[in-house]
Write a protein that binds this ligand. Structure first.
Ligand code: GCU
Length: 334
């Protein structure tokens, strides 16, 4: 709460500075920096990539536009920061597509369990027309997607192995506050418990929750593997991280500056995806040193229970069904 209050005060003070006073033209060479807030640690590949984005924007605008990166959820959790961005108090953020689905339902498509065959299928979909259409979905909600980052595949970790869906029965499993993630957990038989990312380590340590689900980078870098030793690789969801920009800011940028932002976002995403691959190759060893035990469950029973969510989504969201279909068609390509 203390963190949040001071974070909000800081953000409002800084946000008002850029909202009211930043001249993005050439007259003021030393205007205040734009705020880019996110909730990852500074070691995380996303943080490195966001620093690179900031550098590219600065270079591309010859120092006219500067971006200051605030990591570690200093300015609030993902949901809070998205709200601040909609208000125009934060300029940019990187959040999970799981956090975005309640703001723009198109992002839910990317959160559907077992939709992507592998990493190649995932990025072929994101970097094509489907990904583009989803990035544009937030515009009427005052944010615009700029790029997709790799956030791997999410799997379960708990005090015990999750080898079959029955193993989730009676377990309080932390999920992100995403209707898709909540429904998936219900279908698999666990008890979904939404909780902010910043509270997760303590939640696991104090056994407020029995387990969670995330990628290997979080398990190791955020040290969740210290307090939940069994990592069961069912890889149920591949939800990307997304760089979004406030529509208030976007409308104030010149066409040339928008091009700089787009190019910087693309460059930053490609850089992050490479960093991610290099890092994940090394992390299994670190996880084992931390005492993590890896399990490779048979995915079939998890798929049988969770995949019907894809068709159910098409029924509740007929206007988005073509996106699910397009991703499936991409999957069929050799
Ligand atoms: C992923 C994602 C984060 C998100 C986190 C979570 O690691 O990259 O953006 O906050 O999951 O589970 O909350």
């Amino acid at each position: 709460m203390k963190r949040l209050t001071s974070g909000l005060l800081l953000v409002l003070a800084l946000g008002l500075l850029w909202l009211g006073a930043v001249d993005l033209g050439s007259r003021f060479q030393r205007s205040p920096s734009l705020i880019l807030a996110h909730n990852m640690d500074t070691q995380h590949p996303v943080h490195q990539a966001l620093l690179r984005f900031a550098e590219r924007v600065n270079q591309g605008t010859r120092g006219r536009i500067r971006v200051a990166v605030y990591p570690n959820g200093q300015l609030g959790n993902e949901r809070e920061v998205i709200e601040l961005l909609q208000l125009g108090a934060v300029a940019l953020t990187k959040v999970s597509s799981l956090s975005l689905e309640t703001f723009a339902p198109g992002y839910a498509v990317l959160n559907l369990p077992f939709l992507f065959r592998d990493r190649d299928h995932f990025f072929a979909s994101l970097d094509g027309p489907v990904g583009e259409e989803i990035l544009a979905q937030g515009v009427s909600r005052r944010f615009r997607g700029l790029a997709y980052y790799d956030a791997g595949a999410r799997s379960f970790y708990a005090q015990k192995p999750i080898l079959r869906p029955q193993d989730l029965k009676g377990l309080k499993m932390r999920v992100m506050s995403s209707p898709t993630a909540i429904e998936m957990m219900q279908r698999l038989g666990g008890s979904p418990t939404p909780m902010a990312f910043g509270e997760l380590y303590t939640g696991l340590q104090q056994r407020v929750i029995d387990g969670a689900e995330n990628n290997l980078v979080i398990l190791v870098q955020n040290r969740h593997g210290e307090v939940a030793k069994h990592y069961s690789l069912d890889e149920h969801i591949m939800a990307p991280d997304v760089l979004i920009v406030s529509e208030t800011l976007w409308q104030r940028l010149s066409p040339a500056d928008r091009d700089v932002f787009r190019a910087a976002a693309r460059d930053s995403a490609l850089y992050q995806r490479q960093l991610w691959q290099d890092l994940t190759r090394k992390l299994a060893v670190q996880a084992e040193k931390m005492g993590v035990i890896f399990h490779h469950p048979d995915k079939a029973p998890f798929i049988a229970l969770a995949r019907p969510l894809q068709d159910a989504f098409g029924v509740t969201h007929p206007e988005l069904r073509h996106l699910v279909d397009a991703i499936r068609r991409e999957q069929e390509r050799p």
